[in-house]
Design a protein around this ligand. Structure first.
Ligand code: HEM
Length: 509
């Protein structure tokens, strides 16, 4: 029986192939290996080459290990490591997993990585045997140990390739991943007959996926694969790469890489900002609706640039860490938006929100919004740019949302924001396509913060909710008093509000 090889190089076709359970990763040919002591055994036992129930169980083992690897910690460990890039990648991960002698582990993994995708080598088999006896914490279950070793092997060459490709520039990693993909092709084998993108594939046929061509002209990334088998180590890969590249990251950016999402309450004036910080919120955002409404103008109409700058300058005189909601930057000209960003940064802001929705209910073009993001990053590199797409406000398609976020990341956005998205499946699918922290607007009827965390969300904003609640509360009290009812009072005293102005005027250190 002769088998055919099918090549796919169109974005949509590659996604369909990767989602088809009849097309499984191909285990390299070779003898069955010695249990616990050979690369062949390792391949047979890891998630990477498994499918069906075996794959689900083994992928869960990898996920459990990855959950222990906080990206912010990896980044710091990677920075302080030394030696050759592949060795630094692996020793960073091994140290963070608590495996003893991470440097020796790294040397062993690089030898295994040479034959992982095919071939046999006695030296590599020896390293597997050594690692199985060495990997801590010691597991009764050899399958767990194999998948811990597999995680390190998977990370080794791909992450090093990303670092090499990015080492000569400060180009955003999202753009490097798009233009110089560390993983350029993938293989699948048909475990039963199937029909994909109009082609009949027989059992045993081989499918080759050309990721470089498929990704060209399409902003979304394929280099990490695609669900259901998308690389589970994306966040860790980016964190290790950033650490090795010594890319600077601010304290505010670090807050997006903790175990639970950053909860950002949105203030609309100095008093509301100070009152929130007094309750222990490490950083606050502003709400453009609150700033506009207080002035009697519409949100999104680009009329509040001066008021926004004034608020930033006032907050900048205090010890508060804050990020500014600047609508679409109050201009269509990227240079003017960059100038505003520089002023906000000079005032003390640590971040800016830039939205692609316009006051007239349309969206800016992707190119225009991406140009604003690039211009802002060039003018104020340490200002965290949270790129917002309003595709959901305006009832656009999920595909357009994913494409816009990918384009904004490649333009240099530090985070991406999709207000109005609250469907858990869509949030999970979106968080699997982005490489920067995903920001979601809290919805009282949507997922809880813990649920959002489990879906991969890294930042949750309260948007205009607090401002609207404050106005509603004031109106309720006034009408209750007018109507002879007892108002529900839970107000700060006059002196306490005065204290907010007095108590927060020291400059930030
Ligand atoms: C810390 C670094 C990394 C770790 C821990 C890691 C881990 C893994 C693991 C365990 C798998 C197997 C998942 C499964 O089959 O269910 C995998 C798959 C994959 N990884 Fe990564 N990886 C890392 C870095 C990278 C990088 C930098 C890239 C490329 C940009 C990459 C691209 C892929 C791809 C394309 C797959 C899917 C392969 C397939 O299904 O055929 N990985 N990764």
């Amino acid at each position: 029986m002769t088998y055919s090889t099918h090549v796919f190089d169109r974005f949509a076709d590659v996604r369909v192939v990767l989602a088809d359970p009849a097309l499984a990763p191909q285990l390299p040919a070779g003898d069955r290996g010695k249990v616990g002591a050979s690369v062949a055994w390792l391949r047979e036992t890891v998630a990477r080459f498994s499918f069906g129930e075996d794959h689900r169980r083994r992928r869960a083992m990898v996920a459990a290990d990855l959950a222990k690897l906080e990206p912010a910690t990896l980044r710091r460990l990677a920075m302080s490591s030394d030696g050759e890039v592949q060795l630094r990648v692996v020793s960073t991960l091994a140290a963070a997993l608590g495996i003893p002698e991470p440097d020796a582990v790294a040397e062993a993994i690089t030898v295994i990585a040479e034959t992982y995708f095919g071939g046999n080598d006695a030296a590599a088999d020896e390293r597997v045997a050594w690692l199985v006896s060495h990997v801590e914490p010691r597991e009764a279950d050899l399958e767990v140990t194999a998948n811990r070793i597999g995680l390190l092997v998977q990370a080794c060459t791909a992450t090093a390739a990303l670092v090499e490709a990015a080492s000569d520039s400060d180009t955003p990693l999202a753009r490097i991943l798009h233009e110089s993909p560390p993983v350029s092709d993938m293989r699948r084998i048909a475990i039963r007959a199937t029909r994909v993108a109009g082609r009949d594939i027989r059992e045993g046929d081989v499918v080759l996926l050309d990721l470089v061509t498929a990704q060209r002209g399409h902003p979304e990334l394929l280099t990490f694969g695609a669900p259901q088998r998308i690389c589970p180590g994306r966040a860790q890969a980016v964190a290790v790469a950033e650490g090795l590249l010594e890319r600077p990251r601010t304290a505010f950016a670090d807050l997006h890489h903790q175990t639970s999402p950053l909860l950002l309450p949105n203030a609309w004036d100095h008093a509301s900002a100070v009152a929130l910080v007094a309750q222990g919120f490490p950083v606050i955002a502003t709400t453009s609706l609150g700033v506009a409404a207080a002035m009697g103008v519409s949100d999104g109409a680009a009329e509040t640039m001066e008021a926004t700058l004034m608020l930033a300058r006032r907050l900048g005189q205090s010890s508060i860490m804050f990020t500014i909601d600047a609508e679409g930057g109050f201009s269509d000209d990227p240079m003017e938006v960059a100038e505003l960003a520089r002023k906000l940064h000079d005032a003390g802001a640590v971040g800016i929100n830039l939205e692609d929705g316009r006051g007239d209910g349309t969206l800016s073009s992707v190119e225009q919004h991406a140009a604003k993001i690039s211009a802002v990053k060039a003018a104020a590199p340490s200002l965290f740019v949270n790129a917002r797409t309003d595709t959901y406000w305006l009832m656009r398609q999920w595909d357009e949302t994913a494409q816009r976020l990918a384009a904004y990341e490649q333009a240099g956005a530090d985070g991406v924001f999709v207000p109005a998205l609250s469907d858990p499946d869509q949030i999970a699918a979106l968080s699997a396509t982005v490489i920067t922290p995903l920001n979601i607007l809290y919805s009282p009827t949507g997922p809880t913060i813990a649920e959002l965390a489990a879906l991969g969300v890294r930042r949750v904003s309260l948007g205009s909710l607090l401002y609207r609640s404050a106005v509603t509360g004031a109106v309720n009290i006034a009408t209750a008093i007018r109507d002879g009812k007892s108002p529900e009072l839970a107000a700060l005293s006059y002196a306490e509000i005065q204290g907010l102005a007095d108590g927060a005027t020291k400059p930030r250190t």
